[in-house]
Structure formats: structure tokens, C-alpha cells
Design a binder for this molecule. Structure first.
Ligand code: SF4
Length: 495
């Protein structure tokens, strides 16, 4: 039996993209999904809307398992299958619903009383199980095991006669994290949960409007960023908006909820070239590195410079911030590329007997020995989840004969699961949970000379420009900003 290399980082369950008013809607969505590939690599799909000879709206879909380049292998798909000037797309890594089920690949499409509807969702609904049970008891038949399908059922069952009212009514019933793009027969609708857990941004490309998870998707197609979809806001794009250039906006609720953006988007998940939650990810990640250096510096042990290296690629920017600040503190130091990462591992398989040896990490990383040998090395990483990969990585660096290895982490120890769309292993698999957040003991297990993490306060200080109180950090503290349904907790993780 063979199995794939274990993911060592948390994964987010999606990236979304929607465009209204472009002749190349499907191709631009494809490029958008390409830029959002880091948000989900298991499956992807695009749905377009066109009008047939009888003047009926037609929704066309292409989706499959794998990377964007694996699912959309043929240009014909865009020319002949995915026609139309409106499209939505989705990259998926599943947190709820079986990752294996093809049926769970989004966008989902239904045809109901008021026409066609397609939806793509980033986030996790924390009361989807309850709602689903109610709907099943009332006779609804579900096609998938995904929480997103609940949204479609709620819209389709609404007694109201206006689709925006129906969407609003449905969104008032769901809880948790959602950044949504919805396509109807004549509209593109985007909505963000009242806490704003996940990012969602609006842009324009010539005459067309776009909504997507991160601004890096705009850059790839030379689109222009307009603004973010506000927490608790429903944004509507239709032909009237294309003519007037005035985006229609509605509130999900009358009251305003506290903003609780996922701090992990800044720490690790979003791309550094994106602008989310009102700030550049690059700037925030550098600040995390600077605060890490200020509070957890490493000093010279001899006349040699301290060598700062990152675990590529997600920690590169943080390492840059760390080294700059360390130098300001008077430490003779240099940023080096000490680890080389292979970008071509895909779904590489390893034999079970090799699982606990270094092969998994060696396939992915190699050291530059000349950089590390005999040096005081600071290794910057954004997070430690299970610790198995970090341990193997430290062993790899140790083999290059450094004088000492000092691991610095730009987040706090992860002690709790996420219920808002980031996929962590169960509590029992989290190294910080297993060692009761005893950092010295974790350091010993990993084999480093010293290990230090940012504290929660330091983490919040680093992102304070975006408002210290505006963040969710529940996976580090266990303090969830919303009430989470007990059954949902049980379903996702053992509690
Ligand atoms: Fe982000 Fe952690 Fe909150 Fe989940 S629990 S939304 S990963 S900060």
C-alpha cells in the first residue's frame, strides 16, 4: 500500500471567483482560480451562464478533481462548453463533506421555482447540520454532504418572490463563516458573513465586475481592485450595475456584528501579494517577523553572523521582517536561502515504512550546506501543527552541521480546532495540545537548541493596524467568537 505525503500545514477550504459582463468570463475565471490555487488543491469547477436560441438561460458546468491545470486541460472547454458572459468558479479543499465525493465539488447548481442558481462558498457553516436535519425531516433530499448545499435549499424553499430577498432570508439563517458567490439567471451576488472571517473583494475589468477571495486574482488578469465586500454585506451585480457602474448593496442583518477576521489569513494562508482585511498581506507578514525578532531575538554566539533562513515559501516574508529587525537590534545577521523547496511534488507517494523517516520532507526540501555549516541558524516558520514535518526538517538542517538551530514561530501554539474553514487535524494530533503548550518540551521533541513562538498578545500587536479586536484567534486560545453547535463540533473533531 502507498499513501501520499501528509500535509504539514493547515489548509483552507476554498477560493471563490465570480465575473459578470465579460465575453471571456470562463477563461478569466480559470485564470482567477489559477491565482487562488493555494486556497484549495483538491478539486475545482466553473459554471457559466449563457442564453440559448429560445432565449432561455443555460448554466454550463465543468468540474473535476485536481489542480486547475489538471481539470481544465483543453481550450475547447472555454470555447465550446463554458460559454457566456457570467461565470463563477471554485477551488476546493474540503473541511465538511467527504473530500472524495465528486458530488461535493463546487460550484453547485440547482433549478428551482425562480430559475437557475449556482453557488460557490469559502468558509464553514457552524449550524449547517442542525438546518440540514430540519430540512431532511421536512422532506428535502440532499445531493451532497457539503454544508454549502444547505444554502441552496434555504433559498429554493423560500416563499418570497424576489431572489435577493430569498438569498437574504437564507443568509439570515446560517451561522459561521461564509464568503459566497452566487449566480442567478440575471445576477452575480456576493455575500460575506457578519464577522468577516474570510476575505472577499470586488474589482473591475473593462466593463465587467469581479468578486473573488483575494486581490492576487485581479493582478493575473489585470483587473482593478475597487473595495472589499463588507462583513454582513450582500453585493449584487446585474445589467443595470454594468450601465450605471453603481454596485447594489444590502445588509444581511440590521445589527452589526464585531469583525472577526481570521488572523491565520495574515500569518500563513493568503498570498503575500494580496490585499485583504484592508491591508497588504506582505506588510502584515513582515510585521509579524519584526515583532518576533523584537520579542524573541537570537544573538551571536561567536564572531560569525547569525544566519536567518525561512521555511519556504510561506515564511519568506516573515523571515525578511525578522532579519531586518534583528539587525536594528544590533545583531550581526544575514538573511540566507538555506532551504530549497521542490515545487513539483504534486501527489507524490511514499511507502508506509518510510512514513516516519525523512523521505517525505526530503522530497520537498533540501539544505544548502555551505550556508548552514558551522553557523548559528535561526529558522523562521509560520506555525507548527503536528510537528512531524518540523522534526524531520530540523533533522535535515542538523545534517548540514550548523553550530546551533533556533526555531522561531510567527504564531502562537495551535491548541484548538478551527470551525470557520481552516482544516487542522484533531486536538489529539496537535503537538501543542499534546505537550500542554510546554514550549521547552516541544523544542526538545523537535530537536532544536531553542524554540520560541509569538504570544497571542504579540501576534495581535503585529496586526494591530487592522484593529487588535477585529481578529479571530480561537485556534490559539479556544475562545470562539461565535456559538458553535455542539453536534457540528463533534462532527468535525472529537471534543
Ligand atoms: Fe482563523 Fe484560527 Fe479563527 Fe479558524 S480559529 S478562523 S484558523 S484564527
Amino acid at each position: 500500500m502507498q499513501f501520499s505525503i501528509q500535509r504539514e500545514k493547515p489548509t483552507c477550504n476554498c477560493g471563490v471567483f465570480g465575473i459578470y459582463g465579460s465575453q471571456n468570463a470562463s477563461l478569466e475565471t480559470y485564470y482567477g482560480l489559477h491565482a487562488l490555487q493555494h486556497r484549495g488543491q483538491e478539486a475545482c469547477g466553473i459554471v457559466t451562464k449563457s442564453t440559448n436560441q429560445k432565449n432561455h438561460e443555460v448554466f454550463s458546468v465543468h468540474k473535476g478533481e485536481g489542480l486547475v491545470t489538471e481539470v481544465f486541460v483543453d481550450q475547447e472547454i472555454f470555447q465550446h462548453k463554458l460559454k457566456g458572459d457570467v461565470a463563477i468558479g471554485h477551488n476546493r479543499y474540503s473541511t465538511t463533506g467527504s473530500a472524495q465525493s465528486i458530488k461535493n465539488i463546487q460550484p453547485f447548481i440547482v433549478n428551482y421555482r425562480l430559475g437557475n442558481l449556482a453557488v460557490a462558498h469559502n468558509g464553514n457553516l457552524t449550524n449547517a447540520r442542525e438546518i440540514r436535519e430540519e430540512l431532511v425531516n421536512e422532506g428535502s433530499i440532499f445531493q451532497t454532504t457539503s454544508d454549502t448545499e444547505v444554502i441552496l435549499h434555504l433559498i429554493a424553499r423560500s416563499k418570497l418572490n424576489d431572489q435577493i430577498d430569498q438569498i437574504k432570508e437564507a443568509l439570515q439563517k446560517i451561522e459561521g463563516a461564509f464568503s459566497l458567490v452566487i449566480m442567478t439567471d440575471d445576477k452575480l451576488v456576493a455575500a460575506r458573513d457578519p464577522n468577516g472571517f474570510r476575505p472577499l473583494v470586488i474589482g473591475k475589468l473593462n466593463n465587467a465586475f469581479i468578486v473573488t477571495s483575494e486581490t492576487c486574482a485581479f493582478d493575473l488578469i489585470s483587473a482593478e481592485f475597487i473595495r472589499e465586500v463588507l462583513p454582513g454585506e450582500i453585493v449584487v451585480i446585474d445589467d443595470e450595475v454594468i450601465q450605471t457602474r453603481e454596485i447594489k448593496s444590502y445588509n444581511i442583518h440590521t445589527s452589526i456584528a464585531p469583525q472577526k477576521h481570521c488572523i491565520f489569513e495574515f500569518i500563513y494562508f493568503s498570498r503575500p501579494d494580496s490585499f485583504i482585511f484592508g491591508h497588504n498581506v506582505d506588510k502584515m507578514r513582515r510585521r509579524l517577523g519584526k515583532v518576533l525578532a523584537r520579542n524573541h531575538p537570537v544573538y551571536n554566539e561567536d564572531d560569525n553572523k547569525v544566519i536567518v533562513i525561512s521555511v519556504p515559501d510561506s515564511s519568506n516574508t516573515t523571515a525578511l521582517g525578522y532579519q531586518t529587525e534583528l539587525e536594528k537590534l544590533g545583531v550581526n545577521c544575514r538573511l540566507e536561502i538555506g532551504l530549497i523547496r521542490s515545487h513539483y511534488i504534486g501527489r507524490t507517494f511514499i511507502q508506509p515504512g518510510q512514513a516516519n523517516r525523512e523521505i517525505g520532507v526530503k522530497i520537498k526540501f533540501n539544505t544548502v550546506k555551505g550556508v548552514l555549516e558551522g553557523r548559528t541558524v535561526v529558522l523562521i516558520d509560520d506555525s507548527i501543527v503536528r510537528g512531524t514535518t518540523s522534526k524531520q526538517l530540523v533533522k535535515l538542517i542538523r545534517d548540514a552541521n550548523p553550530k546551533s538551530i533556533h526555531l522561531r514561530i510567527s504564531s502562537s501554539p495551535i491548541t484548538h480546532p478551527c470551525y470557520y474553514g481552516m482544516d487542522f487535524p484533531s486536538k489529539e494530533e496537535l503537538i501543542a495540545h499534546n505537550y500542554n503548550s510546554d514550549i521547552q518540551e516541544i523544542g526538545k521533541y523537535l530537536g532544536v537548541d531553542t524554540l520560541e513562538y509569538l504570544t497571542i498578545d504579540e501576534m495581535l500587536e503585529a496586526v494591530s493596524e487592522a484593529g487588535k479586536d477585529n481578529f479571530c484567534y480561537a485556534c490559539f486560545s479556544g475562545k470562539y467568537p461565535t456559538v458553535v453547535d455542539h453536534k457540528f463540533k463533534k462532527e468535525i473533531y472529537e471534543i
